[in-house]
Design a binder for this molecule. Structure first.
Ligand code: NAD
Ligand code: UDP
Length: 318
């Protein structure tokens, strides 16, 4: 198979490239590095089946030769990133998605859109099944991301129905693991970075809001199961392991062996109160469910951040 991964130098994209190559596929990663980094795939560059191209997918997405699969993952994903890049986020979710769909149409390729649990907004149904329409504020600060993804879903379905493209939509719930940017602003990289530095760990509000957190290896397995099927989705992929942000912060401090204290900071506007995937569809349709337990996954991620920060420290030594 020959696969194109947009956003291939990002956190999830780099893991997808790695897994596709490991199973023998050829991979072309397209990225403009706005929130990603070529370093995330530097270990793949010697593989003759891998190629990284600097491309802004809102301008054009052209690839020569056959393409069997397009995984469209380009988009800022952290709230801090998309609030700094509001127009770019809307453009990549709309124009970028349409360009990637055109490539799928030209090549007769299977197309998978990276959508998000954010399409459910601040949900009034809990846990969230795919049939729930969501509770999103289009004119709130998060609207730039939520509506970009909701448009992405609609335009994907329209291309499927109008042009017969073999499309799939995955709604990804909060995922963590190695290669998250330590300063990307999301809770887990913040909590780990702060714990390892002995800095106060910043918990928003009273920390009672919950998220359900999934290890990247499990997520990638679910995405590839959907990619290998013909199912249109949307399908939730995430680990139903739900935890409050206060408890998550305390757990990470403990696992990191840190003396950090918790500091309470203001809660962002429209920050969802709860979030948990109903994964019944993924289990029945794809035979998929998360396998890595969260404590093991947090330990592995903390170890990765520790090694990265030691390497960064060493590279600054004279
Ligand atoms: P990330 O920021 O690490 O990766 C996104 C990548 O897309 C980056 O490498 C960035 O440079 C690239 N990109 C952005 N705009 C681009 C453009 N115009 N052209 C080319 N490349 C562009 O984020 P991530 O966590 O790996 O998220 C990847 C995808 O998964 C996103 O679409 C995100 O919305 C979705 N998602 C992620 C999560 C999660 O928990 N990580 C949850 C839900 C959805
Ligand atoms: N959060 C926090 N401290 C931080 C960063 C985030 O308490 O330093 C909170 C944030 O307000 C939200 C939750 O953690 O309630 C998850 O935030 P994240 O940005 O990781 O993901 P998302 O909001 O997109 O689910």
């Amino acid at each position: 198979m020959r696969a194109v991964v947009t956003g291939g130098a990002g956190f999830l994209g780099s893991h997808l490239c790695e897994r596709l190559l490991a199973r023998g596929d050829e991979v072309i990663a397209l990225d403009n590095f706005v929130t990603g980094d070529p370093k995330n795939v530097s270990h793949l560059r010697s593989d003759p089946h891998f190629e990284l191209r600097q491309v802004d997918v809102t301008r054009d997405v052209r690839v020569e030769g056959d393409v069997d699969l397009i995984l469209h993952f380009a988009s800022p994903a952290s709230p801090v990133d998309y609030l700094q890049l509001p127009i770019e986020t809307l453009e990549v979710g709309s124009i970028g998605t349409m360009h990637a769909l055109s490539l799928a149409r030209d090549k007769g390729a299977r197309f998978v859109l990276a959508s998000t649990s954010e399409v459910y907004g601040d949900p009034q149904v809990h846990p969230q099944p795919e049939s729930y329409w969501g509770h999103v504020n289009p004119v709130g600060p998060r609207g730039v991301y939520d509506e970009a993804k909701r448009f992405g879903e609609a335009v994907t379905l329209a291309h499927r129905n109008t042009h017969g493209i073999n499309t799939g939509i995955v709604r990804i719930f909060n995922t963590f693991g190695p290669r998250m940017r330590p300063n990307d602003g999301r809770a887990i990289p913040n909590f780990i970075r702060q714990s390892l530095a002995g800095d106060p760990v910043t918990v928003a509000g009273d920390g009672s809001q919950t998220r359900s957190i999934c290890f990247v290896d499990d997520l990638v397995a679910g995405i590839l199961a959907l990619a290998d099927s013909d199912h249109p989705g949307p399908v939730n992929i995430g680990n139903p392991h739900e935890i409050s942000m206060h408890d998550l912060a305390a757990w990470i401090i403990e696992l990191a062996g840190s003396t950090s204290v918790i500091e309470y900071i203001p809660r962002p506007v429209d920050d969802p109160t709860v979030r948990q995937p109903d994964t019944t569809l993924a289990r029945h349709l794809l035979g998929w469910g998360p396998e890595v337990d969260i404590e093991t996954a947090l330990r592995r991620t903390i170890d990765w951040f520790r090694t990265e920060s030691q390497m960064a420290h060493r590279s600054h030594l004279p």
